[in-house]
Design a protein around this ligand. Sequence first.
Ligand SMILES: Cc1ncc(COP(=O)(O)O)c(C=O)c1O
Length: 466
Amino acid sequence: MKYDYSALEIAFTEAKKWLNEIDNRPVNSTLTYDELKEKIKIPLNKSSISSSEVVTHIIESTKGGLLGNAGGRFFAWVVGGALPSALASDWLVSSWDQNSALYACSPATSIMEAAAGEWLLEILDLPRESSIAFTTGCQLAHFTCLSAARNRVLKDVGWFVSKDGLFGAPPIKVITSQQRHGSVDRAVRYLGLGNKSLSAIKTNAHGEIILSEFEKSLGSSKGPVIVVLDAADLNIAAYDSFSELIPIAKQHGAWVHVDGAFGLFARANPQKKHLTEGIELADSWATDAHKWLNVPFDCGFAIIKDRDSHREAMTIQASYIASDKVARDQIDWNPEWSRRARGVPVYAALRELGKEGLSDLIARTCGYCKMIVEEIGKLPGAEIVWVSELNQGLVRFKDLKPNAKDKDHDIKTQKIIDAVNESGVAFFSPTTWENNLAMRVSVVNWRTNDNDVKKTVEVFRKLLLK
Ligand SMILES: Cc1ncc(COP(=O)(O)O)c(C=O)c1O
């Protein structure tokens, strides 16, 4: 039987067109909800239609409703693009359609993921004995790491979660930062610890946990403790003081976990690595590949030094699973059962960049962030709130009328962000910093270049000099 694969040709042609034109297409979505809904929410057909008709409709109906975040002028949130080899290998992963839960189901991708994991430990310079899970993102990496943490700190006091569950277990205190990402709260909730278990420590003017407050919280803990530190926070790229905090936490028998969604990759650049000093003393690290490593969504890593605790928290021993003892079965380390081989695009991205290319990417994007913040900051009414050593910065726009208040500046800031986004030239998002609205500048995309920076600053210049 001959199958019709013309839908793949259509998708390939469109993908090339999309990527080739991304620099000249509006970065924002240009259609309204109603306009998109009308094209997309159609009645489901009764009888079958050809696959090429389906794909053509998907291409046509989404036009005007997609963001240009794969391009070089998207600076909202922390969203990377996809390196060509990572994207191409992602297509292959879908075409091969392997269930990479077990070595037996996909020997080659299993070894490829294992190799990518070893390279990661090398470039992030983390304890080489650590185990790695390839999760859907940092959220599930937190979940995986903190599952191991929860089970281990309870085991240390004689409580076995896998067998006994959590009802009646000694309460765990989760000491973390005021600046933590919401995914930490969500992971704590997933794990049945409840957000009441969180003790959020005040941060200093640099967004770092205040040592004395940290010691106070640890000192008042009676039971098991998990500490979650930042590397780096999403507003100002603040890193907690790992070399100071981790040894103290260890003295109290705490498990230390690090949220390094993007900031862990500072370790891949010799000039930025110092920001993470002492981070290797932690027990687990969560990070993303779909941010600074520029692989397609969805891919993150849970890295855990105590392999036994990791495996114990995630493994499933079902008799029908054909386990090859020599090779790695991802099902033993990941929260999912069936899964795509999301480590293959990681393998590709790491090879395409090489150690030097990744280091250059980190340096280049950090440099562009600084440049954008500083150039916008020179314009009338613009104020630099923060320019970090990494890839995050904050800018605020002042209402220049006499006696303008913070509220007026917030309104002005939002107006400028909206106007830039509507221009389609670049895209930014707002955030709240010290109770005021600010515009975040976040640069992680491999495509961002000098021209993107020039075009971006120009659009602010036109708006602010109007
Ligand atoms: C600091 C930080 N932690 C965690 C996350 C969650 O990552 P993901 O969206 O990959 O689950 C993000 C996402 O932006 C982040 O910036």
